[in-house]
Ligand binder design. Structure first.
Ligand code: NAI
Ligand code: 15L
Length: 268
């Protein structure tokens, strides 16, 4: 049976806001959680993933979880450790204790951001490409994927780790033409990840069916995901404004874009 009640962590964030709009049409009843209040949602749970009791209470009785909460960009290691690494562990533990069947984990392209992006006739990046995080942030997503694998192998808790490209209303850079996931395709993919049978722990790439795609969508399609969108209508304007990607520029030559070349953030 399709899961009905879904806990959406990170509900106040950008992607959480998009999914709050789009997922109810698929028949889900969303329970919302975030550190901060969720606009227009007085019943949302305001809790920090660091608060294990609150997290356990939040997961009690849900059929599945979409886990978006956390730091979504590079930050000092200590902050990533608390929100993304310990926080995701607390969520998985709570789900195990409460018998939740499945978690859809918002992983990121930055788990494999140092992977060279295909050029010319190069093959698409496969989903089993080795972890090559481009930041502490990306490293926390590698941890989340491995945690998901551990909880499947050891506890039978299923997960789909979605290595999201860029999910925003529109692509805003030339790189995004390759990794963009339209919000509508994002909802399609989360729905597929919630409803496909026997996923064990499955890793999928999360993007639309872009003409300039860099990575393989076959594991996502195997879940039943049928993307409907393509960034190509945005290409002419973005390339006119920003120019084509320069293969000599390391930010343009790797999947992770500027995350690869930005200076590290240390805790000053
Ligand atoms: P966002 O930064 O807009 O939202 C994250 C939300 O998590 C915020 O509302 C924040 O308050 C909440 N949060 C942070 N720490 C928390 C904690 N300790 N306890 C409870 N809530 C906490 O990020 P966005 O763009 O909505 O991304 C959502 C998720 O998807 C993140 O995990 C991000 O890493 C991942 N992702 C997003 C991509 C995108 O294109 N938007 C691309 C790849 C991954
Ligand atoms: C991510 O992981 C970030 O959360 C998001 O804000 C974008 O930067 C995205 O990757 C991207 O690579 O464009």
């Amino acid at each position: 049976p399709a899961p009905r009640t879904v806990l959406l962590t990170g509900a106040a964030g950008g992607l959480g806001t998009l999914m709050r709009d789009l997922l109810p049409a698929y028949g889900y009843r969303l329970r919302l959680l975030d550190l901060r209040p969720v606009d227009g949602e007085p019943d949302s749970i305001i809790a920090d993933l660091a608060d294990r009791d609150a997290v356990r209470e939040a997961v009690r009785g849900v059929d599945a979880i979409i886990h978006l909460a956390g730091i979504s960009l590079e930050a000092p290691f200590e902050k990533i450790l608390k929100a993304n690494i310990e926080g995701t562990y607390h969520l998985y533990e709570a789900a195990r204790e409460e018998g939740v069947q499945r978690i859809v984990f918002a992983s990121s392209n930055h788990a494999v951001g140092f992977t060279p992006r295909p050029q010319g006739d190069d093959p698409l990046i496969p989903v089993d490409t080795p972890h090559r995080p481009d930041t502490f942030y990306g490293l926390s997503k590698c941890f989340g994927e491995d945690l998901a694998q551990l909880y499947w192998d050891k506890h039978g808790l299923e997960s789909v780790s979605v290595r999201i490209g860029s999910c925003f209303a529109e692509p805003t850079s030339v790189r995004m033409l390759s990794v963009w996931m339209s919000p509508a395709d994002g909802a399609r993919l989360f729905h597929a990840a919630l409803t496909a049978e026997n996923v064990g722990h499955t890793v999928v790439h999360g993007s639309s069916a872009n003409t300039r795609l860099w990575w393989d969508l076959s594991t996502a399609r195997a879940l039943g995901y049928a993307p409907q969108d393509d960034s190509e209508p945005y290409a002419e304007k973005l390339i006119a404004e920003q120019g084509e990607l320069d293969p000599e520029n390391i930010a343009h030559a790797h999947l992770g874009g500027h995350f690869v070349s930005d200076p590290p953030i240390w805790p000053y």
